[in-house]
Design a binder for this molecule. Structure first.
Ligand code: SF4
Length: 294
């Protein structure tokens, strides 16, 4: 392992390799961080106990992290575990005012390595004890493990769903929990008395942005009774197109040109966003959820 791969964020003296998570082709490294809770544009704060994400979504915007933390492995094939995350957070909490925390902003806090390391769980516990509020967004049913510490606090449990089609979800989000498991997360969080949210996105051109699919997504949200709904259009963030076009070329070449124009043709994109927004508002209205759209 090359220590130069991990610039200033980490104490580079403590890098070491640990075996990959069973059954997954993911390289796991243990590192030490200097700070965990950061100011954030979405909420007051965010934190990430991991660099990298074993879910390996093909459209993942967090790929930009590789610019700052280069790895030989491609996105989805490496995870750096900040093994001192809990002690660093505890130290930070002695001098920070409570606020809302987006959990997590550059990885999935409940990705497969979390089952073993339990860092996101412990950080959530510390934050809640300190009076912070949590806005969770995940694609993993592992978050259900932590309902015991989340229940009774000001917590919103959100899941991301791009399509209800399990086969397509497996192609685009290869190691995330099944879509039905994510819906189950919403149901059980709601039953536990927590607020719930869903992010529909990124809605993929010709795949999950059609009137029919958008209608199905909102019908599911209405049936579960989620409190908040976000939507997202596919964005041309750094490194995203290289990954997305690989999937398009092999799985659905007929949609390649449409994706390219949505991402890079400004006039086409503006018109596309306007029409998708109309579709979303119509579907939300039909499902009786217009007031839940954020
Ligand atoms: S779960 Fe989120 S952070 Fe992880 S790969 Fe997918 S989009 Fe990226």
């Amino acid at each position: 392992m090359n220590k130069q791969n991990h610039p200033s964020l980490f104490d580079q003296n403590d890098l070491r390799s640990v075996p990959a998570v069973a059954g997954q082709d993911v390289v796991v490294r243990e590192v030490r961080c200097k700070s965990l809770l950061n100011r954030c544009r979405i909420d007051d704060y965010s934190f990430n106990c991991y660099v990298g994400c074993g879910h390996g979504c093909k459209y993942c915007y967090a790929r930009f992290m590789q610019r700052f933390h280069p790895h030989a492995e491609e996105w989805g094939r490496f995870v750096d575990v900040k093994v001192n995350a809990v002690e660093v957070l505890a130290r930070q909490l002695t001098r920070l005012a409570p606020g809302e925390v987006f959990t997590c902003s550059a990885c999935d806090g409940w990705q497969p390595v979390e089952e073993q390391y339990r860092l996101t769980r412990e950080c959530c516990r510390l934050l809640l004890e300190g009076g912070f509020r949590l806005n969770i967004l995940t694609k993993s049913r592992l978050v259900l493990r932590d309902l015991d510490i989340l229940t009774g606090h000001d917590v919103c449990v959100g899941v991301t769903i791009t399509t209800l089609d399990e086969t397509r979800a497996r192609v685009w989000e290869p190691a995330a929990s099944s879509v039905s498991d994510r819906v189950e997360v919403l149901r059980r969080a709601k039953a536990a008395g927590l607020k719930t949210a869903v992010m529909f996105g990124p809605l993929l051109p010709g795949i999950s942005d059609t009137a029919e699919v958008v209608g199905e997504l909102f019908a599911m949200a209405a049936e579960v009774g989620v409190n908040r709904i976000w939507t997202d259009v596919l964005n041309p963030r750094p490194r995203v197109w290289a990954s997305v076009q690989q999937v398009l070329r092999t799985q659905c070449p007929d949609l390649y040109e449409r994706h390219r124009r949505v991402l890079f043709d400004r006039t086409f994109r503006d018109d596309y966003k306007r029409r998708l927004d109309e579709r979303i508002r119509r579907a939300a209205g039909d499902a009786g959820l217009a007031d839940r759209l954020c």
